[in-house]
Ligand binder design. Structure first.
Ligand code: ARG
Ligand code: GLU
Length: 720
């Protein structure tokens, strides 16, 4: 048995790992980094584990923040100066932009601290400490899935952890509930916008180059954390002062070369390394293609609208970027997983796992786990499919749905608000929200999205109503198309949810009777006709499917740790702070193709003027390039723009610092290459590369391009 397993395992190792690459799979928990210290040092690192993470003294950890709940950012000066990606600050940049102040087009730089702009709701979170609390969480539990006891323990432990502090505590499950860690957090509430390059730098290459190497995007924006006079987090106040950090990152201002040690420190969102073969098949063959198609439909409409009008371009730029980003990643993922024969690899891994499980009586249970997982996916994948399509339609589809949902609270609690005398206040708040919504809304664009997506959604999910049930329609069916178009005309000419005046007028004269009107509004009734079954049937069914999967995965992953103690194990990303290391490195992703490890300003200029607006530049860039005005930021006669590294990253790592062997900032992580987008499921050291904007280009853009040298002067440049 063992030898069979060994053969299968060796095969796997051979296929997946290359002997020549330094790339390391895994997103490591900082508090456990000591276990990797010697390997990291062997690869060139000069730091100790305690320099990276420590609870007894300050460490690099203290300069890393989770930015706005999604991305990562890092402190680079003793005055709270914070760097993150341009695309991470994008909604803030957009919210400060207008036709008069087009910061998207022209960039923005606060000349003094007084010019820095506030961002209500934006936070930056520092991890104070990370503790393994698995034993305490499972105390008194019958099993690892005894949810009632676990939830009660978590609540108690979190409450105890914050006593006498201004911190927040969160306990998260790792490895599907095999482990639990407590994160103590310090959340800063006053994060101001300091500057951004124009889109022609920060988003250079746009969606054409997104997820692609070679890359020339200056994907950064600049913020500053403000704190109360006691240096503790405080809500926005003009009296707040720049935060004095425990640690900030010195800038790696040295020549670089392929092979240099690199380390990425940030908040990766989600990976799914353990999914079983049948699930991967479902993702590759069914779920992703349908979601991609739903987004094809809306992107076609939005792109067209943005091309036609500057106002629409500004209104839809952030929405378009967010829809297009996952869309393109999914396309790359499917391609990569197919190329790598990922389903077969998973099957081979499952076979090896089962064979190992048969080798010891107490491991027999693990054989069943694999079979049950695959059987469950076969049986219930249609639930996940419906759920995914609903997520597309209701969250990324016609936007007026958001306004319908915003009405729900009022409809449910109307009597209570009247009784408490709060109605006027609630209505005012709804009106203010509506202004925000309609500022970025174009009814024609939304109507066209409605038509295409409604047709596709009903088709995919096979939902008929009284009128359509007798028609054996398909997406191409003329009758059905006209039926949806007819609905759209009514909704977009008469519904109160598709027009600002109608909506505000409706709220202005809101009484008990208004609620009856809602039931005659086709925009309202259409939404609920399909949203109710989604919410009441699909979502609960999906949750219970997920719970069953998680319980089985818990045992499956436990089996990996128990039966293969010498393999490198790491818990899937879950938006907690992680470290990954590798080196500055190019790649040869397919036969006959080799990517070099860095790009330059010359290469950026070469992409210009190809007729594609994604590569537009402002004249200043051309002038500075022609004059070779690179200041002190060049390496030889080149200005490096981006480089790639062999670090295992995922969404959420955007804005993460890429650190050199001394812990100095080399650049900001912002993407992965096309060939590596499948690393959320399967990491291949031969091709998986993260894409980084070089900090020297960032500083050049600030200092020379934008005349914001005062920001560079705040930083500490390390020439050796
Ligand atoms: N692909 C990167 C990430 O996942 C960058 C996205 C922003 N850029 C864009 N063109 N949409 O976030
Ligand atoms: N751009 C991604 C983000 O926003 C990072 C790229 C990736 O998914 O690796 O986090």
């Amino acid at each position: 048995m063992k030898s069979l397993f060994l053969r299968a395992a060796l095969l796997l190792v051979f296929v997946v790992k290359s002997l020549f690459s330094f790339a390391e799979e895994g997103m490591l928990i900082p508090s456990l980094i000591a276990a990797f210290e010697s390997d990291m040092k062997a690869k060139g690192m000069k730091l100790s584990a305690a320099d990276i993470y420590s609870v007894n003294s300050t460490s690099i950890k203290d300069a890393i923040l989770q930015f706005g709940g999604g991305c990562t950012a890092e402190l680079v000066s003793n005055q709270g100066l914070l760097l993150t990606n341009h695309h991470c600050g994008y909604s803030q940049i957009q919210s400060h932009s207008s036709l008069e102040h087009d910061y998207l087009k022209n960039g923005f730089w606060a000349k003094t601290k007084a010019d820095e702009l506030t961002n209500p709701g934006l936070t930056a979170m520092r991890i104070v400490r990370i503790d393994d609390v698995t034993k305490d969480v499972l105390m008194g539990a019958n099993s690892k899935s005894d949810q009632a006891v676990i939830a009660a323990n978590i609540k108690k432990l979190c409450a105890a952890a914050v006593v006498g502090t201004h911190y927040e505590a969160e306990i998260k499950a790792f490895n599907y509930g095999n482990d639990y860690y407590l994160m103590l957090k310090e959340v800063f509430l006053d994060v101001r916008f300091v500057g951004t390059p124009p889109n022609s730098i920060g988003k250079f290459g746009g969606d054409t180059d997104n997820w692609v190497w070679p890359r020339h995007t200056g994907d950064f924006s600049v913020f500053r954390i403000y704190a109360g006079k006691d240096n503790k987090p405080a809500a926005y106040s003009p009296d707040n002062v720049p935060y004095t950090p425990l640690h900030y990152l010195p800038i790696s201002f040295q020549n670089r070369q392929e092979g240099d040690f690199t380390m990425v420190y940030g908040f990766p969102g989600q990976t799914e390394q353990h999914v079983v073969s049948s699930y991967l098949k479902f993702i590759i063959e069914k779920e992703r293609p349908a979601r991609i198609h739903m987004r094809d439909l809306s992107l076609a409409v939005i792109d067209e609208g943005m091309k036609k009008s500057d106002l629409t371009r500004i209104q839809y730029s952030a929405k378009q970027a967010s829809i297009a980003n996952a869309w393109k990643k999914w396309i790359g993922q499917i391609e990569g997983l197919k190329n790598l024969q990922a389903i077969q690899l998973k099957q081979a891994e499952e076979k090896a796992y089962k064979e190992m499980a048969l080798s010891q009586p107490e491991w027999k249970k693990y054989v069943e786990v694999v079979n049950q997982l695959n059987a469950l996916v076969e049986k219930d994948q249609s639930i996940e499919f419906k759920y995914a399509l609903g997520a597309e339609y209701f969250s990324y589809g016609p936007e007026y749905f958001k306004m319908v949902r915003a009405m729900e609270d009022l409809v449910t609690n109307y009597a209570k608000y009247v009784e408490k005398g709060e109605l006027a206040k609630v209505l005012e708040k709804m009106k203010a929200n509506a202004e925000g919504f309609f500022k970025n809304y174009n009814s024609e664009v939304d109507q066209a999205i409605f038509i295409d997506q409604t047709k596709a959604y009903l088709d995919y999910t096979e939902q008929w109503n009284e009128i359509t049930k007798d028609v054996k329609y398909s997406v191409a069916n003329e009758w059905f198309l006209n039926y949806v178009k007819g609905m759209a005309t009514e909704i977009y000419t008469n519904s109160i949810f598709t027009n600002q005046e109608r909506y505000l007028a409706f709220l202005s004269s809101f009484t008990e009777k208004s609620m009856k009107k809602l039931n005659k509004d086709l925009g309202y009734t259409h939404f609920y006709q399909y949203f109710q079954p989604f919410r009441n049937e699909t979502v609960p069914a999906y949750r219970s499917f997920q719970t069953s999967i998680t319980n089985l995965m818990q045992a499956y992953v436990e089996g990996k740790y128990v039966m293969f103690p010498d393999a490198k194990h790491w818990p899937d990303a879950n938006s907690t702070l992680r470290i990954t290391y590798g080196q500055l490195e190019g790649s040869a992703p397919t036969d006959g193709m080799r990517y070099t490890e860095h790009t330059t300003l010359d290469g950026l200029i070469a992409k210009y003027n190809t007729g594609n607006p994604d590569f537009d530049l402002l004249p200043r860039m051309l002038e500075l390039h022609a004059a070779k005005n690179y200041g002190p930021y060049a390496q030889g006669d080149e200005l490096w723009v981006c480089f790639t590294g062999s670090n295992h990253t995922t969404g959420g790592n955007s804005g993460s610092p890429v650190l050199d062997k001394n812990g100095y900032l080399m650049g900001l992580n912002f993407d992965r290459s096309w060939e590596s987008t499948m690393s959320d499921y399967l990491f291949d050291p031969n091709r998986c590369r993260n894409i980084v904007v070089d900090i020297r280009y960032v500083l050049w853009v600030m200092d020379i391009y934008s005349d914001a040298k005062h920001l560079v002067d705040e930083m500490t440049l390390m020439k050796e």
